[in-house]
Design a protein around this ligand. Sequence first.
Ligand code: ATP
Length: 838
Amino acid sequence: MLKHATPRTGLTTEQVAEARAKYGPNALPEARRVHPLVVLFRQFTSFLVLILIAAACIAFFVGEVTDTLAIGIVVVLNGVLGFVQEWRAETALNTLRNMLAPQALVVRDGQEQHIEARALVPGDLIIVNAGDRVPADAELVEALAVQVDESILTGESLPVEKACDDMVFTGSSVVSGRAEAVVQATGTHTEFGKIAELTGSVDTKKTPLQRQLGRLATQLGLAALMVAALILGLGLYMGQDPVEMFMTGLSLAVAMVPEGLPAVVTITLALGAAAMVRQKALVRRLQAVETLGSASVICTDKTGTLTENKMTATRIWTPKRTYKVTGTGYDPAGHIELDGARVRASDDPVLAAVLRVGMTCTHASLHHEGDTWQMLGTPTEGALVTLGLKGWCEAADEITGEIPFSSDRKRMSVSTASGMIFTKGAPEHVLDVCAIDAASRDAVLAAYQDMAAAGLRVIALAQRDSPELREEGLEFLGLVGLIDPPRSEVRNAITLARAAGIRVIMITGDSPITAAAIAEQLDLPVTSSLTGAEVEQLSDEELSMALQGDVLFARTRPAHKMRIVAALQNAGQIVAMTGDGVNDAPALKQADIGIAMGVRGTDVARDASDLVLLDDNFATIVRAIGEGRRQFANVRKFVRYLLSSNAGEVIALLANILIGGPLIFLATQILWMNLVTDGVTAVALGLEKGEPDQMRQKVKPKNTPILDRWGLLTILGLGCYTGGASLWLFWSLLEVNVDLARTAGFTAMVVFEKISVFAFRSLHLPCWRIGWLSNPLLLLALAVTLGAQVVAVYWPPLQSLLHTVPLSLNHWLTIGVLALPILLGPELVKSLLYLTKK
Ligand code: ATP
């Protein structure tokens, strides 16, 4: 076994370099990245493309060389476009995966430092705390009440206790306690490396929306095949040319299926996830993007999410005297004042005792780096250490034992070599273990209430002279009030969320009075508050009743979050829930959107979450919801757009067959419309910006269909017009020349489809309201696709492939006039609706 020579100082830089050269990085071989060729190949495996390839073969055998070529080119073009977009999506997801790289706390050259876990080498001294994922196989050299969840390795769900000399393994997580350990094996040499793949992966399972749309595409596909077969049979029965009838059937099938749909959805969601990262929200499951848009309640903790989590002690209360503290942050430049005069620990034994507990019962430390002070540890403890330095207090002697802090216990105690016990924690929880008479206790509670009402976080400190580490019969020393200012952006974010119909519920481990004071500073309405203990007394019905009002939950334990989420979900709400501790994982999993903290969260919470806030900020949740709403709205937009284009084609084709005319669109022309020009436009539509009133709309219920009755009506209405108009043009030119008529009909359809996109840029706002130029990519897509159509009409090679002939200016003008109502009609209707609603 590798033993560490000097366990307290860790490896030196040279030793690390040497070990790195010998053992390599602490990483498993990259999870297989999808090979570009696989992505390219995938483009040619869809049912539809297979039919097309078969059609191309048949066309080739019956001697239709140009058709074969045309179908081939369209299939290839479609494949290349699909590949470029899917590859972009894949790259975006890979970037997200890399952002989830795990971290480790290591001691090197005598300094504690956070490094990327992949930089660990055998021999490193690491520190793991409750909530951490173990970053390498390591042997414990120091262990305080350590319990480890090894289920990922053994399947055993109960945590295992670990003592000194025991091994902990990569991938398992520390459920409680704190340990120092020496790394024994890294990367592929670890137990985990032997059996598992990379953790921290971004799940790309299909989302319900993708599945819903996939199903729609399949249904349309099957229906299309049946209709095509019917037409083919009918035509043959009526003695038509079999090749032409076959191509007609194929055209119809192609026209009915929104080929681009599933790909466009995947691409939109993946690019959406990338857009969210720019907003500091990292999506771990694509589903979250979708669910976020329909979140109706955000349950948020307070410390660090609503507040800065930059604690500074401002007041000290002891039964004898009250002190003020100056200075901000972790810079110990301030001082402690008693009645306006500076005091130091050495002048005042009462003060000295209070400060010593904060200095000793802690894992935080301060370092002077350059011009600033850096704090390593939790902010609450950091603030107490800073306070000790401001009072010139010496840290007490060596720690010999510890009962660690947890959100459940809300206090922490240590024993020292000189036989003292020091305890700090939430006042109620410290008073519980103090020997104190009723009158003094009341005085403490009154002082506590006073500080909390000012929005301060209050920590009680106590001690006892005893060789044995037991939390009982302690001497109460005093209270320290810490200020933790609300984050400046949060107030606005709360107002925004409420305007969007989203409720915000604070669930905190802090005291109800402090929590209520902070809520008031943030304009978060609170009419009642419930403590964790009170929640336990309530039945499920009573809890549901309580949740109907503006309630705040305080002094909760992680287990309470679970009940609150479940109660809200039973009432039909879609719940986003934040959490950072190891015990928050079940609630995060239960919530519709589990949100973990990127900075202060534990690995366990992150693993259980759907979304990670890179800046721990509440305002980011609201921004992410906005982003989710934008994407869901955009999916609805391009689904309607693609279907309405297809509807126009099908209506024109069917009506024409019924009238008995020659084919209005050739199969290759339809392929051109659907695959080459519509796909590009739809992706650009997926990039529409959020609508100005996006966050003033009500929450969309969970299973809102993509297509409602109104949507179907729009699709049919537009389809009838575009189909009818191109059919009219086709018939009016048929006497001149069938190729000319077809070219005009085909071009008219393309132009109509391009113009109709403006009707779908917003489903309820007119374009002048969202800005005609606000989606430059869409305008570019329109320019490119219309340009392509001009080329298709005038460039001889494409002319022979698509059987087109040149159009005159008059034809173009007619098409333009016919297209005008498509632009103006929906715009007029939406303007009227918008102006009457205002
Ligand atoms: P939130 O749930 O909003 O993040 P919180 O940080 O107050 O709030 P917990 O972490 O559950 O929630 O802490 C509960 C209480 O325990 C705190 O209000 C504080 O009084 C006390 N406390 C916090 N950190 C420590 C610590 N390191 N040692 C002792 N007591 C602590």
